[in-house]
Design a protein around this ligand. Sequence first.
Ligand code: AMP
Length: 563
Amino acid sequence: MNKVLGIDLGTTYSCVACIDSSGKPVVIKNSEGELTTPSVVFFESPTNVVVGTPAKESATLYPDEVISFVKNRMGQAGAVWNVQGAERTPEEVSSYILKKVVSDAVKALQGENKLAPGETITDVVITCPAYFGIAEREATRKAGEIAGLNVLNIINEPTAAALAYGLGDVNEERVVLVYDLGGGTFDVAMIHITPSSIKVICTGGDHSLGGKLWDDRIIEHVAQEFARQTGSTEDILSDPETFQELALSAERAKKMLSARDRAPIAVNYKGERARVELTREVFDSLTEDLLERTMLLTRQMLEEAAAKGYSIERIDEILLVGGSTRMPQITRRIQKEFSAPVKMFDPDEAVAKGAAIYANRQSYFAQLIEKTAQETGKSPKELREEIRSGKADIQEMARQANLPTDVLGASVDMHIVNVTSRSFGTIAFKSVTPQDGEQEEVLFNMILKNTELPARRVQEFYTVAPNQKTVTIRVLESLSSEEMADPCEGTEIGEAVLELPEGLPAGSPLQIEFLLNENGLLELTATETTHHQEVRARFETADAISEADFSAAKQRLADAMVL
Ligand code: AMP
C-alpha cells in the first residue's frame, strides 16, 4: 500500500503520525527525539533554516529572524515577514515546518527499515481548525505544495480527534463535544458520528486563547515575586535574555504542575536571584479567568448547537484534545459543568493520529477503486456509487483486488460532513422608509455560519434605479449568524458584475445563487430574470498567494537546508 502521513500543523507544536504494520496510528519522533515539534522557524541565514526546539529557544534573542504563531496569520491578505532578504508569506513559513516534520518522519521510518533507503513519502493529510475559512484552508494546502507534498485532503481537527479516539469505528450514533485547548488557540466543536459519517454540527472558540496565556500568567507572577523578594524596581521582563529564560521555565513549571502540586522556578537578573515555589492552587487562581473564558465560549457554541436541535443532553461524551488539556483544572471544570463522561488520552497526539487514519483510509480507498476500475472496466464514479449504495461489497472488492482487508470497516469510505465556519452574503439595500425611498445598506447573508456543506441558496433581489446599466454583487465573508447584518461585520472577498439590458425599470427582479461546495469554494450565479442575462463568478480565495510568490517560495525552500 502507498505510505501516507497525517500531519497536525499546530499553532505552537506540530506532530506527524502514520499507520504501523499492525494498523494502529503511531506518532513519529523528530530528529531531536521529540513527539511534537515546536511550530517555530528560525531563518538563520537565507539558506539555513532551523525549525523546532532550537528555533523556539532562539525566539527572544533573534526576534527579527524567528517566526512563531504563523498559523494565526494563515490566509490573511498582506501577511508577510521580511526575513533574510525575502518577503515570507505564512504559506512559505509553514512550508518549512512541514518540510522539517516530514523529512524527519521519513528519516525515522528509514531508520526503522519501514521505508527503503531513498524511499520517501509525499502523500499527506493536514488538519486545520474547523473554523478555518476558504482562504486559510487554501493557504494550508499551498504550504504543503511549496514543501513538495501531495496534500490528499485538509480535514478538521475535531474530526481527526474523533477518528483517533476510535469513534469512527463504533456502530452506534454518538454526539461528541470536542474541547481543544492548544498552545495558541481554543476550539470547541460539537460533532455527530454515525456508522457512516462524521458531521461537524457547530464550532466555536477563540483563536488567541491558548496555553501560551497560561505561561504568561506565570511569567508575570514570577516577575512580581522577584520584585518582592529582591526589592528591585527594575522591569526584568524588558531584558530579552531574562524574558526568554523565564518563558521557557514558566512553560516547564506549568507542565510540571500537571503532574505534581508544586513547581520551583528560579530567576536571575543582574546578579540577583529569586526562587519561586509555584503551587497548583496559586497557578489555578492566576489563570481562573482564562479557564472561565473557555467555558463561556463552550456555552455560546452549545446555544448555537441547541438551535440546530442538538441540546446539551444529547452529548454522549466529551473529548479533550490539545496539550493544554493536560492541566488538571480543565477536566475538573468540565466535569463540574457537564454530566457526560470526559475522555482524554494522548491529547497532543490525537489530531495527528486521526489525520493518519484518515489519510490511510483515503489512500487505501483510492487504490481499491483504481485497481477495481482497471479490472472491471467500470468507472471510478460508478464504483464509488455501488459501494455507497451497498450494491457492491467492499470486502469482496478488496479480495478481488488483492488488497489487504484488515483496514476495512464500516467506515472505510466514511462520509465526512462539514459546516461552513463563516457566513457568506452580499450587500443589498433595505428600505428604511419606503414612502420617500430612503435606503440603507445591509449585509444580506445568503449562507449562514454553521450551515452544512454543500450549501445552496437562491434569492431574489431587485434593481434600484430605472435604466440601471450594471449590478455589482459584492461578496462578503463574516462571522455574523444573522441574515441581515451590518456591512462592517464582513470582509469583502470579491465581486461580480452583472450587465443589464437597456431600459429596465427600477425594481426589476434579479436572481442570485450562492453555492458553497464541500471544500468551501464559493460559486455565484446572478441572473437578470426578465431577459435571462447571466453572470457567473467563482470565489476561491481573494487572499491566495500569487503564482509568482508561490514559485519564489518553492525555489527558496529547495535551495535551503532545513534543520
Ligand atoms: P498543542 O498545540 O495541542 O500541541 O498544545 C501545546 C500546548 O500544550 C502548549 O502550550 C504546551 O505548553 C501545553 N502542554 C503540553 N503538555 C502539557 C502539560 N503536561 N501540562 C500543561 N500544558 C501542557
